[in-house]
Design a protein. Structure first.
Lengths: 168, 548
């Protein structure tokens, strides 16, 4: 099958990958590039574990054709931390025990980041709405919502580039 | 918020607890929040092949012929795996601890017993090519009558689901078709009760629906071994299962796992590892076998269906004097772990209550449904649902507060359980008291003052005379009637209350003479009891093998 080259920015770095016609972004990231942080859960856009940001918007990588990502900026959970410094969301997830098996966590973090980038002071309802497309089967929604709210309050009023103090 | 109550039972415990009650960070948390945790599917292999299985379209059918010639010529196909390619194509999961007969093939032979049962596998360069090849397989089969209900399945003349167990019931220790609990004389107690309440409870199968579907990747490793990245919740269990099915010494299998994207019991059945390894053995390349979401939901093993009949005798003062339970666990087409679920059920009955007369039968029944497996307290959860709803109904019947009713009947230290072991470290009374307090539910002072340490033992520690019976003994045919009458639960007209000992011990009844073995033809010839073939026999107390 003929392969098509696709170039995009991934977590701030230029990447190129050859994809099959019809190949989705999830496969391109995982099998093509080796970024395994976005997961396969359903392949039909219902569970949210493949959530990534494309030009800042949360998108489901399993339903996104890889070829449509040419020239765009993609963010995954691997790019959240700034060097050894955790993103405030990551630190808050740790602090609030907002992960159990961890399989939904990457997608949750990206959905939450999209929210905080857009709305630095969300209400509890805003957070619940933002992660409503992300399923957690270990039933940790309350700790997740608390973590996102705390990350927002700690980051409140600060430049969006400000990072938490926790370190990897 | 979580509250750690150290004040209860502090005299029974060394209370220098450094960890319990302290928040501790998960050791894998940093990996989770940085997206670096590696699940089984997060490993890259050059030359990775993809395996998909052909599944039965029928719940019960005889396989006539399978034409794979077009599939084998299909683009990208490296190998078609047939039942004949499986070195030891019959297994039961608990054979690793010497419990139960091998009853399930890895790939179906002659017959399929549930919709979605794997028949053969295709290994191809891509998932799309594997699916395309599956669509080219021509399967010819004769549908057979199917049975989907546990009580229908044990009726005479019901379709035989699994020929290993021709009566459609699991056989315990080659002796009985059910698990049995007898304590005292329930019939006498029913006759002397103020009220008898009989109800039927049931629970449908429940899918675990983990966010990570079942799957594994197997690859040839150095030193003639295979490395297996797997989602399994039970690494050595899956290793043993794969070694048996593939007839390999276990030291040729290098299992890597323990990082599970949600399990809840649905990842102990080794659904994918044996075929992935077999694919790697037959192609010499890494093979990935992952269930899609639809496969996971339709054919991944669920918590099994359950049905419980509970008949209780209760006095006006609130004491339960008899409990009779008949439970059916729907195993689906193969045993997997359901036989153990029925054991757990009988070990759990009659619930955490001191009841002087108990009679319970628990059946593991085969039907043409997806094989059931473990899930969070299986064998207990559905039983507790039934028992606790029943407790509310009993409380209502005698006009008592449901919290006080539970406190009145709860186990206390020193009480004799129906299993003939003394209850100790009881805590139900205290749990109910705390629950009532938290819920702002008023209970009377006398019930608030009760505790598990006092009031137990004495007469409550007596083992009553108990008649044994041979109902359900293997080889004597199906039980004439194992189903309690379905009459609506009506209170028996309360007799005038005459002070009398509750269910006075009946005269001792000698154990019924065991009928001389009258084996049916299907049971003969039977070799001597085969010993466990893998590993040591453990859990002997659980499975009763010491008393066999």
């Amino acid at each position: 099958m003929a392969k098509t080259p696709v170039q995009f920015r991934l977590n701030g770095a230029d990447k190129a990958v050859f994809v099959d016609g019809g190949e989705n972004l999830l496969n391109a990231l995982r099998r093509g590039i080796g970024d395994m942080s976005a997961k396969f859960g359903c392949g039909q856009g219902t569970c949210g574990v493949c959530t990534v940001l494309i030009d800042g918007e949360p998108q489901l990588a399993c339903l996104t054709l890889a070829e449509t990502c040419a020239g765009r900026a993609i963010e995954t959970a691997l790019g959240l931390a700034a060097g050894p410094n955790l993103h405030p969301l990551q630190a808050a997830f740790m602090e609030h025990f907002a992960a159990q098996c961890g399989f939904c966590t990457s997608g949750m973090l990206m959905a939450a980041k999209a929210l905080l980038d857009r709305n630095p002071s969300p209400t509890r309802e805003d957070v619940a709405e933002a992660i409503s497309g992300n399923i957690c089967r270990c039933t940790g929604y309350e700790p997740i919502i608390n973590a996102v709210l705390e990350a927002a309050s700690k980051r409140g009023g600060q430049p969006s580039g400000e990072q938490g103090r926790a370190r990897i | 918020m979580l509250e750690f109550r150290k004040d209860y039972f502090q005299d029974e415990r060394d209370d220098r607890l450094n960890e319990v009650g302290q928040p501790r960070q998960r050791q894998d948390m940093l990996g989770h929040v940085t997206g670096r945790t590696r699940y089984f599917d997060d490993h890259a292999f050059e030359g990775l092949l993809h395996l998909k299985v052909l599944r039965s379209p029928h719940p019960h059918a005889r396989l006539r012929s399978i034409d794979v010639s077009a599939a084998e010529r299909s683009a990208g196909v490296k190998r078609v795996i047939r039942a004949a390619d499986v070195p030891v194509n019959k297994n039961t999961l608990l054979s690793l601890i010497g419990f139960g007969k091998d009853d399930e093939p890895l790939l179906a032979v002659d017959k399929v017993r549930y919709k979605g049962e794997p028949i053969l596998a295709v290994v191809a360069e891509s998932e799309a090519e594997a699916y395309a090849a599956l669509a080219k397989i021509r399967l010819d089969c004769d549908p057979l009558p199917a049975v989907f209900d546990v009580e229908e399945a044990i009726k005479p003349g019901a379709p035989v689901v699994n020929e290993t167990y021709p009566a459609n019931t699991f056989e315990y220790h080659e002796k009985y078709n059910h698990q049995k609990l007898r304590f005292g004389d329930v019939e006498r107690a029913f006759a002397s009760a103020d009220f008898v309440v009989e109800e039927r409870y049931q629970m449908s199968p429940i899918e675990h629906a983990p966010t990570e579907t079942n799957g594994s990747i197997a690859a040839p490793e150095t030193n003639d071994r295979f490395v297996v990245h797997t989602c399994t919740q039970a690494l050595f269990f899956s290793l043993g299962t794969a070694a048996k099915l593939l007839d390999l010494p276990s030291n040729r299998l290098h299992f890597i796992g323990g990082t599970v994207g949600g399990g809840f019991g649905g990842k102990v059945d080794s659904l994918t590892e044996p075929l992935a390894i077999l694919g790697a053995m037959l192609t010499g390349r890494p093979v990935r076998y992952v269930l899609g979401r639809e496969e996971e939901m339709l054919y991944g093993c669920p918590r099994g269906a359950e049905r419980h009949y509970i008949k209780d005798a209760v006095l006006r003062d609130g004491r339960i004097i008899a409990r009779k339970v008949t439970s059916y666990f729907d195993a689906g087409a193969y045993t997997r772990l359901s036989s153990y679920g029925a054991v757990k059920c009988i070990a759990h009955l009659p619930g955490p209550y001191t009841i002087p007369n108990v009679h319970a039968d628990s059946y593991c029944v085969f039907t043409n449904r997806t094989p059931a497996t473990a899930m969070r307290g299986f064998g207990i959860t559905g039983v507790d649902f039934a028992l606790e709803v029943q407790m509310d109904k009993l409380a209502h019947k005698v006009g008592m507060d449901p919290m006080e009713f539970r406190i009145l009947n709860a186990y206390r230290d020193g009480d004799m359980k129906a299993h003939r072991r003394k209850a100790h470290n009881c805590a139900l009374i205290e749990c109910v008291q705390v629950a009532a307090e938290k819920a702002g539910w008023p209970i009377r002072d006398e019930f608030r003052r009760m505790n598990s340490l006092t009031g137990g033992g004495g007469e409550r520690a007596v083992i009553p005379a108990t008649a044994s019976d041979e109902v359900g003994r293997i080889g004597t045919g199906r039980p004439a009637s194992t189903t309690p009458p379905r009459a609506p639960a009506l209170p028996i007209a309360p007799p005038p209350r005459v002070p009398q000992p509750v269910a006075a011990p009946p005269p001792p009844v000698p154990p019924a003479a065991r009928p001389a073995a009258a084996p049916t033809p299907r049971e003969q010839p039977k070799p001597a009891v085969p010993g466990p073939q893998h590993g040591a026999t453990r859990f002997s107390s659980v499975f009763g093998t010491r008393r066999r």
